[in-house]
Ligand binder design. Structure first.
Ligand code: ADP
Length: 359
């Protein structure tokens, strides 16, 4: 996914600069307008994902800019940012289509949080649309190749049959990855994901997932090196969730690396806990997009056009790790590679699962 674009409209240049500076620092791509007519023109030329809009503007006022925009599309959220703080002003703002209404003086952090929340909501809707579209597409491709196999049957040469089968297997695997991602997501979002925790051996889990990716990696001449400290302590976690996290991190490291890259999977004892690291020397993540990488549905623009993906894996991994009290961090340099680190602090084990009748 490309960097998200914010159009800032305000007739006070100093305020514009302040908002612009803070949004840019938080990874957004910005453009600004000093009056209503310029704002309308920038909506066309800049195509923002969201607009921060002052109301008392020269020429066309903010209400009118908002009204015109909302007549055309409801897909661009509008945050009205204004000195007009009377209750009737707010009502008017919402009547004209504002999604948020903030009064000046305001806190820049609050503005950024509201921008992010509205974009999360918008992305959530786009993710659902994307998943439905991808599922339909994949089933169509699977159906088409199956039909070709069945029609050409024995008359098709072996090479052709293998190609059709290969396509069916590839698209079925992706469809099943999408469905399981959607399932996990729905359970997480409705609070139903069962997170029973027990003693888990991170070394054993990471190692077995890494081994299971060796064949896929070998197909593109990517090597997977595994280095583990077998004396690392067990942690209190959910085994299925841990497998999912390592599958996501190792799968990504392979997917987002070119031929002959190397993926390192290490697990070691660190401080009072366990540190697991998945490192690759692949494509890396553009610096400006790194702060957004754990958001639902987010894909960096250096991979989005040439690889399949939903942008759900890291969001799900982080959510699962949060629930287990573990932390995940990333360091990445575009063109050099990425390092994802997961840290499990020492936590008391769930005594009930150890069979302690007094627990
Ligand atoms: P998906 O892989 O389905 O797009 P993820 O949530 O797993 O979804 O990853 C989100 C995005 O983070 C990817 O689209 C990619 O832009 C970036 N990314 C994740 N892991 C890596 C990696 N090891 N190297 C480069 N980019 C990565």
């Amino acid at each position: 996914m490309r960097r998200e674009k914010v159009l800032i409209v305000d007739d006070e240049p100093d305020l514009l600069d302040l908002i612009d500076f803070n949004l840019t620092r938080n990874g957004f791509l910005t453009s600004s307008a000093l009056d209503g007519h310029e704002a309308v023109a920038k909506l066309e030329s800049f195509e923002p994902d969201i607009m921060v809009l002052d109301l008392m503007l020269p020429g066309l006022d903010g209400w009118e800019v908002c009204r015109q925009l909302k007549q055309k599309t409801r897909d661009i959220p509008v945050i009205m940012l204004t000195a007009k703080g009377m209750p009737e002003d707010k009502v008017k703002g919402f009547e004209f289509g504002a999604d948020e209404y903030i009064t000046k003086p305001f806190n820049v952090k609050e503005l950024i949080i509201r921008v992010e929340n509205l974009l999360d909501k918008k992305r959530g809707k786009e993710v659902n649309e994307f998943l439905i579209h991808e599922m339909a597409n994949n089933l169509y491709v699977i159906g088409s190749y199956s039909e070709m196999l069945s029609e050409e049957g024995a008359s098709a040469d072996k090479e052709k049959q293998a190609t059709y089968l290969n396509q069916i297997i590839r698209h079925a695997a992706y469809a099943s990855e999408l469905i399981s991602g959607m399932g996990t997501l729905m359970k997480i979002e409705s609070g139903e994901f069962s997170m029973a925790q027990d003693r888990c051996d991170v070394v054993e889990i990471a190692e077995s997932v890494a081994k299971s990716y060796k064949a896929v990696a070998a197909q593109k001449n990517v090597g997977i090196n595994i280095a583990v400290d077998r004396s690392a302590p067990q942690v209190n976690a959910n085994r299925a969730a841990l497998r999912q996290v390592f599958a996501n991190l190792i799968g990504n490291a392979v997917k987002y690396s070119g031929e002959h890259a190397t993926v390192e999977v290490c697990v070691l004892q660190a401080l009072d806990g366990v540190l697991a690291v998945v490192k690759d020397n692949g494509w890396g993540i553009p610096a400006a997009q790194l702060p957004h990488i754990f958001k639902k549905g987010y894909r960096a623009d250096n991979v989005a056009t040439n690889t399949c993906g939903s942008g759900l894996g890291l969001y799900i991994s982080k959510t699962l790790l949060d629930k287990m009290g573990a932390a995940i961090t990333v360091e990445s340099v575009e063109g050099e590679g990425s390092t994802f680190a997961v840290f499990f602090g020492a936590k008391p084990f769930n005594e009930a699962s150890d069979g302690d009748p007094c627990a």
